[in-house]
Write a protein that binds this ligand. Structure first.
Ligand SMILES: Nc1ncnc2c1ncn2[C@@H]1O[C@H](COP(=O)(O)OP(=O)(O)OP(=O)(O)O)[C@@H](O)[C@H]1O
Length: 394
């Protein structure tokens, strides 16, 4: 297939713990969404592979092999807790994304915008820069933090970025595009923990669900979470309440057409972990408390602006009932009291991909060229590589 990549395009990659979102700047949505999964299998007696180095599989190729069960594949997640855990796998994954996914044949022409967690260190980013410039040999790279881009996706450059993802929730005030790091709050009570809690809650149906493969099972549990679980406005009351949902609303059909019932106790329980981590036996501040803590750590003059511009982003922010529950709880716990009219949540319907969309918008601005590090300056500056990364990652 002919490459549709134009040298002026910027490839935007959001490296998430659940999925890796990939596309071209200026577009509305990511073109490709990959599970953060790598499959490895041993290749014996291959003349092209004298050291029997395991072959790595990603994306559709991996899905096909897993489905056909033809090979014995070891699955792993190259990204853990929002950070690349296995650079060797990840560099092949990026190559696969660019060459097979986006069909780009000349990687030397590629300009990249790499999105990652705000708390990842510059030393870590400089390791990634080595992969992009020395291994993939791309033309230029810009590292941008996901929190600023998530806010930027709504057209704002100042406000409170509340990103609720799969492994990490990050709350950080952004002022004129820059995160205020001393006010950063984060927790790991996010999408993955909620899915795990739901899996435990569905044990009553284990004979029906355990028939499926591990992959299918995880897909079913996530599907129930994303489509049938809500955040309660009054948890204690709703957990005791009668089931007022219709037969259709409470029924979930499994792939083999068996039906299970999603009771209010299942529906409201797992997502409550965001508000009370004790229900999953963890000890972490509640989401509203983290929001208040973060705002309170900023100057008094800025707090009003933050309260008025609280931007929700990431997949876990899609739970129904989240905004009204946050409003109620923040009213109650805000020091000195806060009126509902004083604060405002910005929750775009596309917020599941907020960081990627912010990256797509930034990549289409002329400023990208002045912010990005290009291969030539990276190579001409062997002693100063680290300081280059320090100055030019955001
Ligand atoms: N409609 C929905 N309701 C509730 N949760 C959802 C919904 N849609 C997606 N999610 C959850 O959001 C999570 C994925 O969010 P996101 O893509 O922002 O995370 P990520 O970027 O891959 O991970 P991280 O930011 O933690 O590194 C998953 O746990 C997924 O199940």
């Amino acid at each position: 297939m002919e490459s549709e990549y134009d040298q002026k395009d910027i490839v935007v990659i959001d490296n998430g713990t659940d999925t890796i979102k990939v596309g071209i700047s200026g577009e509305d949505y990511p073109r490709l969404i990959y599970d953060n999964k790598c499959g490895s299998h041993s290749v014996q007696n291959d003349n092209d592979n004298p050291n029997n180095k395991p072959q790595l599989l990603f994306g559709q190729d991996l899905k096909k092999v897993v489905k056909e069960k033809k090979l014995n594949v070891q699955l792993s997640n190259p990204i853990k807790d929002g950070k690349i855990d296995n650079v060797e796998s990840m560099k092949e994954f990026w190559q696969y994304i660019l060459e097979d996914g986006l069909q780009i044949s000349e990687l030397q022409q590629v300009n990249l915008l790499i999105i990652d967690q705000v708390k990842n260190s510059k030393e870590y980013k400089s390791k990634l820069a080595e992969v992009f410039f020395d291994y993939l040999k791309v033309q230029s790279v810009l590292f941008m933090n996901s929190a600023s881009l998530s806010l930027f996706s709504t057209g704002l450059v100042s406000g409170l970025s509340i990103e609720l993802g799969h492994a990490v929730n990050t709350i950080v005030p952004i002022y004129q595009g820059f995160p205020i790091m001393h006010a950063l709050e984060f927790s790991h009570i996010s999408g993955a923990e909620i899915t795990q809690c739901l899996e435990n809650d569905l044990r009553c149906y284990e004979t029906l669900i355990d028939k499926f493969s591990e992959e299918e099972k995880q897909w079913i549990i996530k599907d129930i979470k994303e489509n049938m679980c809500y955040i309660a406005s009054d948890y204690e009351m709703q957990m005791q309440s009668e089931d007022n949902f219709t037969e259709e609303e409470r029924s979930y059909e499994l792939p083999d057409e068996q039906v299970i019932q999603i009771t209010p106790q299942i529906r409201y329980h797992c997502s409550e972990a965001l508000f009370n981590s004790a229900i999953i036996n963890k000890n972490s501040s509640s989401l509203p408390q983290m929001i208040v803590n973060s705002i309170q750590r900023c100057d008094k003059e800025l707090r009003q602006e933050l309260l008025a511009n609280m931007v929700l982003g990431g997949g876990t922010s899609m739970f129904q009932g989240l905004i009204s529950r946050l409003q109620d709880d923040i009213c109650q716990i805000y020091p000195g009291g806060a009126m509902r009219s004083e604060f405002n949540f910005v929750a775009d319907f596309q917020r599941k991909y907020s960081a990627w969309i912010g990256g797509s918008m930034l990549g289409s601005l002329k400023t990208f060229q002045s912010l990005a590090i290009n291969k030539q300056e990276y190579e001409e500056n062997p002693e100063g590589k680290m300081s280059l990364i320090h100055k030019r990652t955001f």
